[in-house]
Design a protein around this ligand. Structure first.
Ligand code: PLP
Length: 394
C-alpha cells in the first residue's frame, strides 16, 4: 500500500511487561509442577456480580424479548435513569453540582480516557510518573508532547504542580486513588492542582476509577474542590466499584462551565460521542443503575470491603517489616519499595522462586517505578493470607 499511516503509533513504547511476566511464570510452572502460584499481579476483579445486579439485568433481558418493552439504540449519552442514579451518587459524595445533563455514559473509563484527546488540540500534556499507561500511550498516538510530574518516595507518589508562572496552558492527567501506587490526594493536594489549572488556563482530566475504595477523609471526586467545574473533566467507571470489568460501563462528567474562547467543551464531547459511539446496552445500564442503590449498592460495597480486607492484611505485614509502601488503604493496590535496593524484576524473580507469588514490577508503570513493585488485593482472602505469611518470612 502507499497510504500514509499515523506514524505516531511507532513512537508508542512496546510493552513486554505482561508477556514477560507470563513467560517467567510459565517457566516456573514447568520447572516446579507441584508448586502453587499465588497471583497478585491481577488488576481485574475476581468476585462475581451480586445477584441484586444480575437480577436487574435479567429483568432487562426479559423486557428486550417483549415487543412492548423492547429497546433499540440507547440514547447517545445514556438512559436518564442511569444518568440520574450517577448524579445521585455524586450528591452522596459531596458534589451536588454534578447533574444528569453533564454525565456522559460510556462503555468504560479506558475508552473515554483514550478518546478525550480527539476533542483537544496540540497542548502540552502533564502526566504523573508512575501511572496507568493509557494516558501516556493515547497522547503519544496523537503526537502530543508529554512532560512528567515526578511521583517518588519524598512526595509519597503524589506529585504537586510545578510553578504556574511561565507554564503554558496544558492538559493534566490525575489519577486518585492511583493505579499503580494506591496513593490518594488529600484536599490540600487536589486544591493545589485545581488552583494551578485555573491559574494557567489548563484542563485536568481526573480519573476516579477507584473512588469506591476511599474510606479516609479524602476527596472522592474532583468536584469537591472549589473551582474544579471551571477546569476539570472526570472519568469514572463501574468496573472496580461494581465488578463490571467484563460487562463494560463507565462515564465522563463534562461540566457546561468548561469553555475555550466561548466554545463549550461539552459541545465537542457530545458531538464526538454522538458521531463515533452508539451507546451502552439497555441491559448493561439497568445493571449499572442497580449497583447504585438499595441492595445492589450494599452488595457492591460488601465486595469492595472484601478486597479492602485483603489490602489491609498486606499493609499490616509491610508496616510490621518496616518496608516502605503506599496504598493499602483507600485502594486495592500496595506499592512497595523492593527490599535491599532490588530492581522490580529482581524482586519479581525472588518472590516467584521462593513463594510462588506473582506481582508486577514497578518498571511497567514509568521510569519512577523502577525498584518498586505492585501487589493487588483482587485475589481471594485465603491466598492473600497465605501470601502475607510468606512475606513475613522475607
Ligand atoms: N483507570 C484506571 C486508573 C485503571 O486502573 C483502569 C483499569 O484498570 C481503568 C481506568 C479502566 O477502567 P474501565 O474498565 O472502566 O475501562
Amino acid at each position: 500500500m502507499n497510504i500514509k499511516l499515523n506514524d505516531h503509533f511507532l513512537e508508542v513504547k512496546e510493552t513486554y511487561l505482561f508477556s514477560d511476566i507470563a513467560k517467567r511464570v510459565k517457566k516456573f510452572q514447568e520447572d516446579n509442577p507441584d508448586r502453587e502460584i499465588i497471583r497478585m499481579g491481577i488488576g481485574d476483579v475476581t468476585l462475581p456480580l451480586p445477584d441484586s445486579v444480575t437480577s436487574a439485568m435479567e429483568e432487562a433481558v426479559k423486557e428486550m424479548s417483549d415487543k412492548d418493552t423492547f429497546h433499540g439504540y440507547p440514547p447517545e449519552y445514556g438512559y436518564a435513569f442511569l444518568r440520574e442514579a450517577i448524579a445521585a451518587h455524586y450528591k452522596d459524595i459531596g458534589a451536588p453540582t454534578v447533574t444528569p445533563e453533564i454525565i456522559y455514559v460510556s462503555d468504560g473509563a479506558k475508552s473515554d480516557l483514550g478518546n478525550l484527546p480527539d476533542i483537544l488540540g496540540d497542548n502540552p500534556v502533564i502526566i504523573p510518573d508512575p501511572v496507568y499507561p493509557v494516558y501516556v500511550d493515547s497522547n503519544i498516538m496523537n503526537g502530543r508532547k508529554i512532560s512528567f510530574a515526578s511521583g517518588n518516595e519524598e512526595n509519597g507518589f503524589l506529585p504537586l504542580p510545578p510553578s504556574a508562572e511561565g507554564t503554558a496552558p496544558s492538559v493534566i492527567y490525575l489519577c486518585s486513588p492511583n493505579n499503580p501506587t494506591g496513593a490518594v490526594y488529600n484536599y490540600e493536594g487536589l486544591t493545589a492542582w485545581v488552583d494551578f489549572a485555573l491559574a494557567t488556563g489548563s484542563l485536568i482530566i481526573f480519573d476516579a476509577a477507584y473512588e469506591a475504595f476511599i474510606t479516609e477523609d479524602k476527596p472522592h471526586t474532583i468536584y469537591e474542590i472549589p473551582g474544579a467545574e471551571n477546569c476539570a473533566v472526570e472519568v469514572s467507571s463501574f468496573s472496580k466499584f461494581a465488578g463490571f470489568t467484563g460487562v463494560r460501563c463507565g462515564w465522563t462528567v463534562v461540566p457546561d462551565t468548561l469553555e475555550v474562547n466561548g466554545v463549550k467543551l461539552s459541545k465537542f464531547w457530545a458531538r464526538r460521542q454522538a458521531t463515533k459511539f452508539n451507546g451502552v446496552s439497555y441491559v448493561t445500564q439497568k445493571g449499572a443503575a442497580a449497583s447504585l442503590s438499595g441492595k445492589g449498592l450494599e452488595d457492591c460495597k460488601a465486595n469492595i470491603a472484601y478486597y479492602k480486607r485483603n489490602a489491609a492484611a498486606l499493609a499490616e505485614v509491610f508496616t510490621a517489616k518496616g518496608i516502605y509502601f503506599t496504598g493499602g488503604v483507600n485502594s486495592p493496590y500496595i506499592w512497595l519499595k523492593c527490599p535491599g535496593n532490588m530492581g522490580g524484576w529482581e524482586f519479581f524473580d525472588l518472590i516467584l522462586g521462593r513463594f510462588g507469588i506473582v506481582g508486577t514490577p514497578g518498571e511497567g508503570f514509568g521510569s519512577n517505578g523502577s525498584g518498586f513493585f505492585r501487589l493487588t488485593a483482587f485475589g481471594s482472602y485465603e491466598n492473600t493470607i497465605k501470601a502475607c505469611g510468606y512475606f513475613r518470612e522475607l
